[in-house]
Design a protein around this ligand. Structure first.
Ligand code: SAM
Length: 281
């Protein structure tokens, strides 16, 4: 049985459907994202900027900037920062913190060839329907010798990453009629080797990648708020359920959260991700 609240978007092409679902998934979610998952995604930002060699005077583009976390951190290093995101609400939030942000959608961004010394993308690669074409575009934007660094979620998951999904299953959530799925022909191995290979295949040299592990610290309510606000895939699942199912999911979430409560009463949620980098020849 599927929830009547979900209908498949009318796109025959898998990639078009994926990208359209991504646009719909982020639209109107800026506040919910800022109050929950943005804090999670902030963890690798300094490592990301280091991997891209971002420092004083670096001309850097933060692609898929969201509310501007990586862009603001780069600005704090004295870099000359541009930020771009597919979602107008995210762009407005990034601008509100004083960033030079504009709307643009991978794989075609509104910047000149070789305009940047560095390009960073914090958890955006996993949201594009054509990752190889997107990397080719980022290659175009870098000057020769310029560096790219990207984070993305790995196939291996930390136990904390499954908390909300487990609560959905235990609460009897039904799969939405439509879930964004990457065209298998576009997919790649979500491992450190897989990411390095993807970057190498896009023409970057000295391509390398490593797994990152950290415990995300969050209040119980804060972590729930992202899912309840429709953020990310789990948010799509939660918000597509009937109200009584959401109540059951919430109850299961509270029960399962106990596994992750640390001494200070907040959650410590183990997460794994990948950080990859490379250089334009
Ligand atoms: C998980 S959020 C990460 C945001 C931000 N980098 C951070 O660290 O908080 C993913 C962001 O990528 C954006 N995005 C998704 N697909 C995109 C695309 N094709 N081109 C540009 N931005 C995209 C979304 O609008 C969203 O803001």
């Amino acid at each position: 049985m599927t929830s009547p609240k979900n209908t498949a978007p009318p796109y025959p092409d898998t990639t078009e459907a994926f990208d359209a679902a991504e646009r719909a998934m982020w639209k109107g979610r800026t506040e919910a994202y800022a109050g929950s998952f943005a804090r999670l995604c902030a963890h690798p930002v300094e490592a990301l900027l280091d991997a891209a060699g971002v420092g004083t005077g670096t001309r850097v583009l933060d692609v898929g900037t969201g509310t501007g976390t990586a862009a603001a951190a780069a600005q704090a290093r004295g870099a000359r920062v541009s930020a771009v995101d597919a979602d107008a609400g995210m762009v407005a939030a990034a601008r509100a913190r004083g960033l030079d942000a504009r709307t643009g959608v991978l794989p075609e961004l509104p910047y000149l060839d070789a305009e940047f010394d560095a390009v960073v993308g914090n958890f955006v690669l996993n949201h594009v329907g054509r990752p190889r074409t997107a990397l080719a575009e980022l290659h175009r934007l870098l000057r020769p010798g310029g560096r790219i660094a990207l984070t993305t979620w790995s196939a291996r998951r930390g136990a904390g990453q499954d908390l909300l999904g487990r609560a959905c299953a235990a609460g009897g959530a039904v799969a939405p009629a439509y879930m964004p799925r990457l065209d298998p022909a576009e997919d790649w191995a979500r491992t450190a080797d897989g990411l390095a290979e993807l970057l190498g295949g896009a023409g970057f040299i000295a391509a390398e990648a490593a797994e990152l592990a950290w415990d995300h610290r969050s209040g119980v309510e804060e972590w729930w708020s992202g899912a309840a606000g429709g953020v990310a895939t789990v948010g799509l699942v939660v918000t597509s359920q009937e109200p009584e199912t959401v109540v059951r999911i919430r109850r299961e979430y509270e029960r399962l959260s106990a596994e992750f409560v640390a001494g200070d009463g907040r959650l410590a949620l183990p997460h794994l991700a990948l950080l990859g980098s490379g250089r334009r020849p």
